[in-house]
Design a protein around this ligand. Structure first.
Ligand code: SAH
Length: 218
């Protein structure tokens, strides 16, 4: 059991249940995904000043011009990913570590890459507090993704490139799935499934993410 923050304990449990109900009503039906989101407290992934808003279905700032995605989007992306039952998953954009924690509950091994050192440090502390040990974190210092640890059964990208990055697609295992927002002014959440040297590409829904960028911020 993870100790809840003082004072927010019961309230958080109840408001979290309300959020899960709302996700169900929005069409999220994978019970494993809903259970994982019920188990992982979202408020510990936010600064104290914002933690009271943690169970609203909205994106929230985490500093460095980055955002913790809206719960509905986290649920939707995870649901699409998990429909392929990946064991080894790569995440691009650790950010707060919230999506990482959800994945750690659902997958065997999670490899997560972040380019902003300060965000990665905080995420590492939170994941440790939650006792999640099947997560490996890496700073995005060279190239994209984590080719040394690939190929991956699943890849989830929480920042948007202008176009589908071939470098990442090549890190997908045969039959593997990638869930990724693509575009600039308007973005489309996209599913990519690898079939040999070919890729099946399916649009999911319009989304709005921060841009995928190169280089590390230390
Ligand atoms: N999944 C995060 C969302 C954070 S926002 C969460 O739940 O909080 C997207 C994150 O992607 C930011 O932290 C940003 O720094 C990171 N990012 C952007 N480009 C990246 C890249 N090329 N490699 C790794 N991370 C990247």
């Amino acid at each position: 059991m993870v100790a809840e923050h003082q004072g927010i304990g019961m309230t958080s449990r109840r408001t979290r249940m309300r959020l899960i109900q709302r996700l169900r009503e929005s069409g999220i039906s994978d019970t494993h995904v809903l259970n994982a989101m019920e188990e992982i407290p979202r408020h510990i992934f936010l600064d104290e000043a914002l933690s009271h808003r943690a169970y609203e279905d909205t994106a929230l700032p985490i500093g460095y011009s980055q955002t913790l995605s809206q719960p509905y989007i986290v649920a939707r992306m995870t649901e699409v990913l998990m429909s392929h039952q990946p064991a080894r998953v790569l995440e691009l954009g650790t950010g707060s570590g919230y999506q990482t924690a959800i994945l750690a509950k659902l997958c065997k091994d999670v490899y997560s890459v972040e380019r902003i050192k300060a965000l990665q440090d905080r995420a590492r502390d939170r994941l440790r507090t939650l006792g999640l040990r099947n997560v490996m974190l890496r700073l995005a210092d060279r190239g994209m993704g984590w080719p040394d640890k690939g190929p991956f059964d699943g890849i989830i990208v929480t920042a948007a490139p202008k176009e589908l990055p071939e470098e990442l697609m090549m890190q997908l295992a045969e039959g593997g799935v990638m869930v990724i927002p693509v575009g600039e002014a308007s973005q489309m959440l996209t599913q990519v499934v690898r079939r040999g040297e070919a890729f099946e590409i399916t649009d999911i829904e319009p989304v709005r993410f921060v841009p995928l960028l190169a280089g590390v911020v230390r």
